[in-house]
Design a protein around this ligand. Structure first.
Ligand SMILES: *Cc1c(COP(=O)(O)O)cnc(C)c1O
Length: 384
């Protein structure tokens, strides 16, 4: 098709062409790509649970006991006692009345926001929120107001002017490209003042912040009724899927109104069993979270010696910013040749091109010093 091949050529010219890269090994601190062993700084499997033998074993047991596919939506016969157990565990994990599983973070954000926001709802959304939140807002019947990144004054200005009868403030807890943290205490104050719901996407907070319990624990905020928590099971938990955690009423509403929950087959039992074990390990082994943060400190120290700016990162997501898409690609391939996998993130995903580094619990000091050495060399070669 001429139209697409032309458009693809244009992407290539602008260094914006994207490709799928599939591994030949399990996820972890080292992976094999195209036959090459690489130190991996591109994974969200923060606690290295995806290939933890206990998680894999639990998943096999789930598979053997309940079979491969779920075979139907949760509202029919797709769910199992494992699904119920996981929801009970997640409600306890997040200190809420109820948790409800969704099939992915993407499908949770689109399904929950769409169900919560009707015609009379004004949605206030941070400009750097994840794409799935943006799509959830678009799918809803609500009116969307985008506030400048973490700009409380701008949010206040917009919400003050709103005459909508329902209000919903939506934010990532940890922003996935810069690794900075949303000011949840202040957002909750504003939500309370204007009687709004506060929807938080804790995809990069769960297993990372608050000793693994997530962003609310990090700030010491109680999981009150107006807070709606969404998180994934696909990042630090090492499995797949996502969940809502909040009040019983909203849970019932989602079961009745959330299209991605109602019109999609339930997650398979093997995945649910893996999530159960992943969450159990997070709660039982806080030392994994501690080691993850120590690894962040080790890398930051090395980057500081090289005078590499990492702001505004506050988490194991660390951007190394450059000026152009081409520079980002060049730096990424330079590292690749030296056995380090750190992908380039380009416009329009981000406004400043970068390589995005994510640290893992299972990175060794050696892994991190190899990255620093390679970056030092890149600096010498004028790539940074
Ligand atoms: C990864 C991510 C999602 C999507 O979750 P998936 O389970 O991968 O679909 C949603 N929100 C944020 C902030 C994310 O980082």
């Amino acid at each position: 098709m001429l139209r697409f091949s032309k458009a693809l050529e244009e992407l290539k010219e602008k260094a914006l062409f994207r490709q799928i890269k599939d591994r030949e090994s399990p996820q972890g601190a080292e992976i094999t790509l195209k036959g090459k062993r690489l130190i991996n700084f591109s994974s969200n499997d923060y606690l290295c649970l995806a290939s933890d033998p206990r998680v894999v074993e639990a998943s096999c047991r789930g598979l053997k006991e309940f079979g491969a596919g779920a075979g139907a939506s949760r509202l029919l016969s797709g769910g199992t006692t494992l699904h119920e157990r996981l929801e009970l565990l997640l409600a306890r994990f997040k200190s809420t009345e109820r948790a409800i599983l969704f099939n992915s973070g993407y499908s949770a954000n689109t399904g929950i926001i769409q169900a919560l926001a009707d015609r009379d709802t004004a949605i206030f959304s941070d400009e750097l929120n994840h794409a799935s939140i943006i799509d959830g807002c678009r799918l809803s019947r609500g009116t969307v107001y985008v506030y400048r990144h973490k700009d409380l004054e701008h949010l206040r200005e917009l919400i003050k002017k709103s005459s909508a009868s329902n209000k919903l403030i939506v934010t990532d807890t940890v922003f996935s490209m810069d690794g900075d943290i949303a000011p949840l205490k202040e957002l909750l104050l504003i939500a309370t003042e204007y009687d709004a719901l506060l929807y938080i996407d804790d995809a990069h907070g769960t297993g990372v912040l608050g000793k693994g319990y997530g962003a609310l624990k990090h700030f010491g905020i109680k999981a009150e009724q107006r807070i709606i928590q969404m998180s994934t099971l696909s990042k630090a938990v090492g499995s797949f899927g996502a969940f809502f955690a909040g009040s019983e009423d909203i849970a019932q509403w989602l079961i009745n109104r959330s299209r991605s929950l109602i019109f999609s087959t339930a997650l398979p039992p093997s995945v649910i069993a893996a999530s159960l074990e992943g969450v159990r390990i997070i709660m039982a082994e806080p030392e994994r979270v501690e080691r993850l943060w120590n690894n962040r400190e080790t890398l930051l120290k090395g980057l500081k010696e090289l005078n590499i700016e990492t702001s505004p990162s506050e988490t194991p997501i660390i951007p190394v910013k450059v000026k152009t898409n081409q520079e980002a690609l060049r730096l990424s391939s330079f590292l690749f040749e030296r056995g380090i996998y750190a992908p380039a993130i380009r416009k329009p995903t981000v406004s400043t091109p970068r390589i995005r580094l994510t640290l893992l619990y299972c990175h060794s000091d050696e892994h991190i010093s190899r990255l620093i050495d390679a970056l030092r060399e890149a600096r010498k070669c004028g790539l940074l």
